[in-house]
Write a protein that binds this ligand. Structure first.
Ligand code: COA
Length: 213
């Protein structure tokens, strides 16, 4: 499979975490982590409301999400969800994504952790891991992120990593207009004071998929 889909040979490592592109073998365990709770049900953090689904609808659509990212991949526009392991267990997903990457050189991130693993700095560490991948390995010029105003943890992660506020957006969440706070981190700011440098393995065979020499 790594030959056909070299991303399956890619990995990022930080002090406490291992990140590998979500494989089919990860999906069952990630489903269980997600089903055991990711957020307060009254404070939906995701624009696509995936955590509102129940039962087999939740499970099938959850798996389809990861298959869809592989099926849709193009050099210009891609989304790479990483399975995050801590002490040998899967604990969540950290995605890095880009639209028109060869021109815009901007990466977007999104993530979730099982509730049991939140609040001990792992969300910051996994975001930093993909920022290191984006800036150091892929040569991104900027990273963007956004979170609803009530999502203090996500906003705090962006602030801790040096992002600057970059406007707002309004989303329809369960029929209500909800304001998202948008953030941007410039390459220079990252390189000036990187909180970590992830150990990247298996990049070389993947470069073509990102349009890199
Ligand atoms: C967002 C998420 C990935 C962050 O991961 P995490 O491991 O919880 O984050 P960290 O522990 O690295 O950092 C969280 C920060 O928020 C702070 N925080 C959390 N709740 C807070 C509150 N109510 N008031 C003030 N600060 C708060 C923590 O103190 C910490 O900051 P600190 O290190 O300065 O003390 C995780 O919380 C999560 O999965 N949430 C649910 C899904 C989600 O919201 N995903 C993002 C969608 S945009």
């Amino acid at each position: 499979m790594p030959k056909l889909w070299p991303l399956f040979g890619l990995s990022l490592r930080t002090e406490r975490l291992d990140l590998t592109p979500v494989s089919d073998g990860d999906i069952d365990e990630l489903t269980s982590v997600a089903q055991s709770g990711v957020h307060d049900p009254d404070a939906q953090p995701f624009a696509n409301l995936w955590t509102d689904r129940q039962g087999s609808d939740f499970e099938q659509r959850f798996a389809q999400y990861f298959w869809a990212q592989r099926a849709r991949w193009s050099v210009a526009t891609w989304a790479l969800p990483f399975a995050v392991r801590f002490r040998g267990r899967l604990i969540g997903v950290q995605q890095i994504q880009a639209d028109e990457f060869p021109v815009l050189r901007t990466v977007n991130t999104s993530s979730w952790l099982g509730s049991a693993f939140q609040g001990i700095g792992l969300g910051t560490e996994m975001r930093a891991a993909v920022l290191s991948f984006g800036f150091d390995a892929l040569g991104a010029e900027a990273a963007i992120s956004g979170a609803y105003a009530y999502n203090v943890s996500s906003i705090r992660v962006s602030q801790k990593l040096g992002y600057m506020r970059n406007g707002v957006r309004r989303d329809d969440i369960r029929g209500e207009a909800v304001e998202a706070v948008l953030f941007r981190l410039a390459r220079e700011a990252w390189l000036d004071d990187p909180p970590l440098v992830a150990e990247v393995r298996g990049l070389e065979p993947c470069l073509e998929l990102f349009g890199l020499p």
